[in-house]
Design a protein around this ligand. Structure first.
Ligand code: 4AD
Length: 415
């Protein structure tokens, strides 16, 4: 907990005055004393507050917001170093225990918490998850910084459908009524499905670039691993010679970020692991295939490479060596989740790429993309990792809606 400590210079050897603001996580009353646990969200740890019974207040309930001032003392309990002997307790915001959806000492499962997107961050389990999410975000940024990548802010609004799957949310101003209104951007514009093409532009100048931002897919899916809005970590590397060079970076990134999260969030990860045991497991057929592959290989992360060419978008590089009719593309499958990361070498040969775009009738739309091959083109490749699926994998969370603050999926946009 962030505890504000004031040293009283006159009585410095005797007293250390402390002030804490936070939310009451437990209240216990004994004859002469009350014991509170107050948590301010900075960590899983709550500070124990001991107060005389005269400071008791009926508004002092589980979930209420308080400000406590008192004297900080060495705690007689082994689990905590200090406790606050309260001199004053002020209830800043009351919390009616009857209406509050969470009950003291009850372990609510994640499915139950999902019904309260505006309040679930007040529970131990979800606040742990969000601290881990924050640490994981920092872990990805430090991996890229340590490895010489330049961060690029790729646009959220774009006129391209990078994956060519037609899962686009169109963007237009909300004003209605003018049937002859022109497109706001003069062309149809969409929320991005991937920042890859913009990263490819930048890799032509910076060699190693990455982006980490929200991504949108109009997938009509309620599955436990799809969202309409999710965060994607994407990287693009120039002067790349082989798919092995790409999978090496993917592997290093996965290991380094996982290690950092597990090392820095020990208590939060532990709590989340204990909490998830109340969960029920279930998945669709495609996930079953991926899970089977992972299991077959000993329940460890697995790279699957060289997909049939026709399954991959126009930008994937066709393999020259056998296996024929395949693309130099790779997916990273992980236990419990399935596909975590997708990547490929990009088609850098102007003639081959032009032929592919012509086949798809896209040569005019992507003339700017062909320019990247016309001027100083280099062999390159990249990948995208679903950030929520990463969290699902590290924490063993069954449903993707439980690892994002405000989940968006078809027929659901709460708040
Ligand atoms: O495999 P995908 O579609 O690859 C791309 O978008 C590439 N353009 C990325 C690149 O090479 N720069 O998506 C990448 C990852 C998937 O492996 C998956 O983890 C995640 O994004 N993902 C989703 N996560 C949550 N909900 C969805 N609807 C997702 N769709 C993809």
């Amino acid at each position: 907990c962030r505890l504000h400590v004031f040293l009283n210079y006159i009585f410095i050897l005797t007293y250390i005055f402390g002030l804490i603001v936070g939310w009451v996580r437990s209240v216990r009353t004994q004859k002469a004393h009350i014991f509170l646990h107050v948590n301010d969200g900075s960590s899983l740890q709550s500070l124990q507050v001991v107060a005389g019974a005269e400071l008791n207040d009926q508004l002092l309930t589980f979930g209420s917001a308080v400000e406590v001032t008192g004297i900080l003392k060495k705690s007689p309990h082994q689990k905590q170093a200090v406790e606050l002997e309260a001199q004053r307790i002020h209830v800043i915001g009351e919390c009616d225990p009857v209406d509050f959806p969470f009950k003291i000492k009850e372990r609510h499962n994640l499915e139950y918490l999902r019904q309260f997107p505006h309040l679930r961050c007040r529970t131990n389990a979800f606040s742990s998850l969000l601290r881990i999410r924050s640490e994981a975000t920092a872990a990805f940024h430090s991996f890229f910084k340590d490895n010489g990548f330049v961060q690029i802010h790729t646009p959220v609004i774009t006129s391209n459908d990078c994956e060519g799957a037609g899962e686009l949310f169109q963007v237009e101003p909300s004003s209605v009524g003018d049937a002859h209104r022109e497109f706001f951007f003069s062309v149809p514009a969409f929320l991005t499905v991937s920042g890859q093409l913009h990263l490819e532009v930048m890799s032509g100048a910076f060699s190693r670039v990455y982006t980490f931002g929200p991504t949108f897919r109009a997938e009509n899916s309620q599955s436990r691993r799809h969202l309409a809005e999710f965060y994607m970590v994407e990287a693009e590397l120039g002067f790349l010679r082989s798919l092995n060079d790409l999978t090496k970076v993917m592997e290093d990134m996965f290991k380094s970020t996982t290690e950092q999260v597990l090392a820095r969030c020990v208590e939060d990860v532990d709590l989340f692991h204990r909490h998830r045991l109340s969960l029920q497991w279930g998945c669709d057929l495609k996930t079953e295939h991926e899970k089977h592959l992972v299991k077959h290989c000993g329940n460890v992360p697995v790279f699957v490479t060289d997909y049939p060419y026709r399954l991959k978008p126009f930008y994937a590089r066709a393999n020259q060596d056998p296996p024929q009719n395949t693309a130099a593309a790779v997916d990273l499958l992980v236990p419990g989740v399935g596909e975590l990361c997708g990547g490929s070498l990009r088609e850098e040969r102007l003639d081959v790429l032009t032929a592919h775009l012509e086949d798809a009738g896209l040569e005019d739309t992507y003339d700017w993309y062909l320019d990247l091959r016309r001027f100083g083109s280099v062999p390159h490749g990249g990948f995208g990792l679903g950030f929520e699926r990463f969290l699902q994998c590290v924490l063993g969370v069954d449903n993707i809606k439980d690892v994002i603050p405000f989940p968006r999926y078809s027929h659901s946009c709460l708040l």
